[in-house]
Write a protein that binds this ligand. Structure first.
Ligand SMILES: NC(=O)c1ccc[n+]([C@@H]2O[C@H](COP(=O)([O-])OP(=O)(O)OC[C@H]3O[C@@H](n4cnc5c(N)ncnc54)[C@H](OP(=O)(O)O)[C@@H]3O)[C@@H](O)[C@H]2O)c1
Length: 257
């Protein structure tokens, strides 16, 4: 028997929920009583994320979907309606990184980052808003941005502009949905040890990467997926009922500088 949770009976979609931050967010919601759908392009990580949640595995639903493909996302909306009966919380977490300056990056690499990180959130939010609207007051959207939505970084132009766009998307959609009681917020994490960092870890070696990254944060530590998941639960909970259009840094003080 499951103890009472903050999200008992709520229906949640976490894009990119098979790995890293998204996986932790999905598990946090399911442990608080939610039915959670996770999507991604590769079935392997999605299945592993579901199977690792042994106690509440039946409440994890996996959907193969590329968020940058509107047809895929339309099918996902239909699947969610059928298997979950609606949607209360959308977490736009899917994201990719491509390192390089404007001249170094191929145009298709820039397009890929913008298509997934920004346009993917646009497509998914558009497709899920009718479901969220049916849930009424208390439904919400949470976008996973980055400190790089506000801080420019060398060799990160595609990623930085995608996240800056995602933050403005957060505020615009928050305004448009406010009269209906649907809240739209974002989290801007600092550096967290997840697969998205693998290429930089590979270049520097793990220990060197870790110590360089720790020094970027005033608290001298990098984040854990659960630091982001805790903030996600709060922003989507009834305790945050009057919060909308907010970009919450979860970054060990990085953006306080
Ligand atoms: N780790 C950090 O330091 C950090 C810091 C700030 C912000 N973030 C943000 O946090 C979010 C999660 O990243 P992470 O750190 O947890 O890295 P991650 O483990 O690489 O997670 C990214 C997830 O997104 C999925 N994804 C990528 N493209 C997709 C697409 N087109 N359609 C559907 N799913 C897609 C990936 O699965 P598939 O490849 O199977 O599709 C993967 O599960 C990202 O938005 C990232 O920008 C991360």
């Amino acid at each position: 028997m499951h103890a009472m949770g903050t999200f008992d009976g709520k229906r949640v979609l976490v894009t990119g929920g098979g790995t890293g931050i998204g996986r932790e967010i999905a598990h946090a919601f399911v442990r608080q009583g939610a039915d959670v759908a996770i999507c991604g392009r590769r079935p392997g990580p999605l299945k592993a994320a579901r199977d690792d949640e042994i106690a509440r595995r039946d409440h994890m639903h996996i959907i193969e979907c590329d968020v940058s493909d509107p047809d895929d996302v339309a099918s996902m909306a239909a699947r969610i309606e059928k298997s979950l009966g609606g949607l209360d919380v959308l977490v736009n977490n899917a994201g990719v990184d491509e390192r390089g300056s404007l001249e170094q990056l191929e145009l298709r690499a820039i397009d890929r980052v913008l298509n997934i990180n920004l346009r993917g959130a646009i497509i998914t939010t558009r497709a899920m808003l009718p479901l969220l609207r049916r849930s009424g007051r208390g439904a919400c959207v949470l976008n996973i941005s980055s400190t790089l939505g506000q801080i420019a970084e060398e060799s990160s132009v595609a990623y930085c502009i995608s996240k800056a766009g995602l933050e403005m998307l957060t505020r615009c959609v928050a305004l448009d949905c406010a009269p209906d009681g649907i809240r739209v917020n974002a989290i801007a994490p600092g550096v967290v040890d997840t697969p998205i960092q693998d290429h930089v870890k590979g270049e520097l070696g793990y220990q060197e990467w870790r110590s360089q990254m720790e020094h970027l944060h005033p608290m001298q530590s990098i984040g854990r997926p659960k630091d982001v998941a805790a903030a996600a639960l709060f922003l989507c909970s009834p305790d945050a009922d009057w919060l909308t259009g907010v970009i919450l840094p979860v970054d060990g003080g990085m953006t306080a500088r």
